[in-house]
Design a protein around this ligand. Structure first.
Ligand code: SAH
Length: 199
């Protein structure tokens, strides 16, 4: 998997090392394990998917995570990217909307010895009490730029977020004082961010 990521243009050694260290098959349901090291998203239950290794690698490279950075992940999902962030030395906060996924990710992460603070809720609101974050990675597509998250970036902080309903684009925003400098990274296909309040 690491060789494929490298061949695909991922150059950040810390990111490649993290992929080498974290066992992706542990985060994939039993029935899908034989495909755990393919470069594809896979179903993880509750209608959700673990993103492809390439998507995680691109997001992490863009996030430029340094040891000790406080990082917010929106959409814990399987917990695999959460583990990658911990492996990079980040202080990880991760929010998941679906309690059953958060609980399962929490079990796997603690079994493997990864420390992360998991919470259940609407990640689109961020975690104002724990802000600012050096990086925020959103793992599901927002219909529009998520205003609440911008305010929770530190100076120089990076927000990686797919935006769009039918056509999605992956963007990176970097905070420069009062400005948020936007870079278009690529077209994207993420599951939608659930934006309705809990029923
Ligand atoms: N990086 C994760 C991504 C999983 S898919 C992985 O690869 O495992 C996106 C996740 O975002 C899903 O688990 C979904 O339930 C969650 N999600 C959707 N809307 C959300 C919201 N408003 N707040 C938090 N999590 C949300």
């Amino acid at each position: 998997m690491v060789e494929r990521l490298r061949a695909g243009g991922i150059a950040d050694l810390a990111v490649l090392h993290a992929f080498d260290a974290v066992p992706r098959h542990e985060f994939v349901p039993e029935a899908m394990r034989h495909r755990a090291y393919e470069d594809v998203p896979l179903p993880i239950g509750s209608g959700q998917t673990i993103s492809s290794p390439t998507i995680h690698a691109i997001s992490l490279e863009l996030a430029e995570v340094d040891e000790g950075d406080r990082v917010l992940e929106v959409g814990t999902g399987s917990g695999f990217q959460t583990a990658l962030l911990a492996e990079l030395g980040a202080e990880v906060f991760s929010i998941e909307r679906l309690p059953e996924l958060s609980a399962r990710a929490g079990e796997i992460l603690s079994r493997l010895g990864y420390a992360a603070r998991l919470g259940v809720g609407d990640g689109g609101q961020g975690l104002p009490d724990h802000a600012p974050f050096a990086a925020i990675i959103v793992g599901a597509a927002a219909a529009e730029a998520p205003g609440a998250l911008f305010a929770q970036l530190s100076e120089g902080g990076r927000l990686i977020v797919p935006i769009g309903v039918r056509e999605q684009v992956l963007y990176r925003y970097v905070r420069r004082g009062a400005e948020f400098v936007r870079e278009r990274i690529s077209g994207a296909r993420f599951v939608p961010l659930i934006e309705q309040p809990l029923g």
